[in-house]
Design a binder for this molecule. Structure first.
Ligand code: PRP
Ligand code: MN
Ligand code: MG
Length: 179
């Protein structure tokens, strides 16, 4: 449970997210056109909503797998230590991969995961993040596709949590603490 009371102000509506996903999926479907070996890899837990909407909008044959990485725990601050809590189920050597993140903040999570996946020699390795917070970046990484670039606000919803809560909000909101 978060310790201080807070309210959530809507920042990106469910409708805007859906419209942006349609655009992104057109581009991704073109990029991977003709593939028969694509695996869409969701980084748990944050990406579970985004990946569900994304794969249903892709005009490609896909397999879906998940990897669980965690660096924040219940804190608002990145620990900078990324832990792999659950590995992929399948082999990825020679496969096309699209790694799906909800948000790239300091960039440590995605960097760590990309190093891990690269070492397994996929044929192609691409990344998509719904949200990007470039002002907070500490690691030199950028997703190949980005839904929205946002300012340095603590956001929740559409899979993203604050101390494990609010992942079920259908929109992206920002957390505002009450005095
Ligand atoms: C959050 C978010 C990203 C990561 C981004 O995950 O879902 O995976 O942090 O932060 P970074 O760029 O600073 O590394 P978290 O560790 O909270 O785990 P969760 O997805 O289970 O909520
Ligand atoms: Mn995450
Ligand atoms: Mg989290």
């Amino acid at each position: 449970m978060p310790e201080r009371p807070y309210v959530i102000d809507q920042m990106i509506s469910a409708k805007s997210i859906a419209a942006r996903i349609e655009e992104l999926c057109d581009e991704i479907s073109k990029e991977f056109e003709g593939t028969d070996k694509l695996i869409v890899v969701g980084l748990l837990r944050g990406s579970f909503v985004f990946i569900a909407d994304l794969v249903r909008e892709l005009d490609l044959p896909v397999e879906v797998d998940f990897l669980e990485a965690s660096s924040y725990g219940n804190s608002m601050e990145s620990s900078r230590e990324v832990r792999i809590l659950k590995d992929l189920r399948g082999e990825i050597e020679g496969r096309d991969l699209l790694v799906v993140e909800d948000i790239v903040d300091t960039g440590h999570t995605l960097t760590h995961v990309m190093h891990l996946l690269e070492s397994r020699n996929p044929a192609r390795l691409k990344t998509i993040a719904l949200l990007d917070k470039p002002s907070r970046r500490e690691a030199d990484i950028k997703a190949d596709w980005i839904g929205f670039s946002i300012p340095d606000e603590f956001v929740v919803g559409y899979g993203i949590d604050f101390a494990q809560r609010n992942r079920n909000l259908p929109f992206i909101g920002k957390v505002r603490f009450e005095e």
